[in-house]
Design a protein around this ligand. Sequence first.
Ligand code: NAD
Ligand code: GLY
Length: 381
Amino acid sequence: MSPHTNFDKPMGLSNASQVKIDLGPRSYSIHIGTDYLERAPEMIVEALGRRRCLIVTDSTVQHFYGRRFHDIMTGAGLTRDDPLVMPVGEQTKNFSYLSFLLDNLFMRNIDRNTILVALGGGVIGDLTGFVAAVALRGIDYVQIPTTLLSQVDSAVGGKTAINSPRGKNLIGAFHQPRLVIIDVDTLKTLPVREARAGYAEIIKYGLIGNASFYRWLEVNGPSITAGRKARVEVQVQAIRTSCAAKAWYVMEDERDANRRALLNFGHTFAHAFESITNYDGSLLHGEAVAMGLVKAFQLSERLGHCPHEDVERVEAHLKGMGLPTSLSGRGWPVHPLIAVMFNDKKVMDGELTFVLTRGIGEAFVETRVSTDDVRAVLEMP
Ligand code: NAD
Ligand code: GLY
């Protein structure tokens, strides 16, 4: 499916949907709906056969869903093992927990037929995916994302990673999941701040390639992040569109050699902002992305690509959704921010590369952006 689905015509909304990601032998389905934790065993058996599963989760998700999900999986005869419960937070994506998980898997005598099931947000998904990529030179895994961010972004596309002390996601592998199961009911317990952070990644798809989806979000955004008061069919529509857009970029460029880079719109700035906070929890990834999106628009305007009205419009919507948009008051020195940008995976031959835009829905990649222009934009409020 193209990321350019037209949202200007009225749409039929539904409580369930499916997106296929076609990558030849690595193809898989993304199921989106309600009460899907209950239905997960039948989806797993249908996609992968009846095999031994091992659940990896974090302590918060274990509290809300892990015990029930474990009962569902044992009831279906898909697991006999206790879930592997990791601490919450970005710090868990490190060598110690990679090693801890691998040790546990070998202690439990896994084999190449074992399936890992990542139940949680992007931290659990990225870590479990990387463990699956390296255990026994590669075993299968299923993503059951439970944050909005992981449902619309990290669970799809096969980027798996842990962090290095020198930077985020620097150690990883491309390893596609075999199945993604999204139960939107899990969003009911997600803190509103986390829901808003996930929403920043949804807006990104509109901003890079689908202006009509962006217009739809300007109207429907608040119903997506409203927790227990959210409209499920609107959430399903937003998640389906985001997954379909992500699937399209991944199918075009699975290993991130060219077009997939557009998914990093706003992220060169965002990674620098996250890095300067040392991932201490004061700035969530999606919050950094919201600020990064504004900076990417400001840089595009400064370089003469993008009209000022679009910069203002995007800033106003992000603000209206309760997301941070401005650097003022943060006290972040510019020089270290730029230094971090030079560690970005898009740097080629020592030159900064940015995803820029000609306006809402028209992103493109620009190589050789001058440090002076980046500095000027970072000095703006
Ligand atoms: P996260 O996994 O830390 O989850 C955020 C918080 O929400 C955690 O405290 C978690 O315990 C809690 N939580 C999860 N589900 C919940 C639920 N249903 N109800 C209540 N609480 C719940 O963070 P995240 O935002 O999901 O993911 C961020 C990570 O994703 C980062 O490490 C980032 O690098 C990575 N990421 C990866 C990709 C990719 O393509 N692989 C893309 C974007 C982001
Ligand atoms: N989140 C960016 C990517 O998957 O390419």
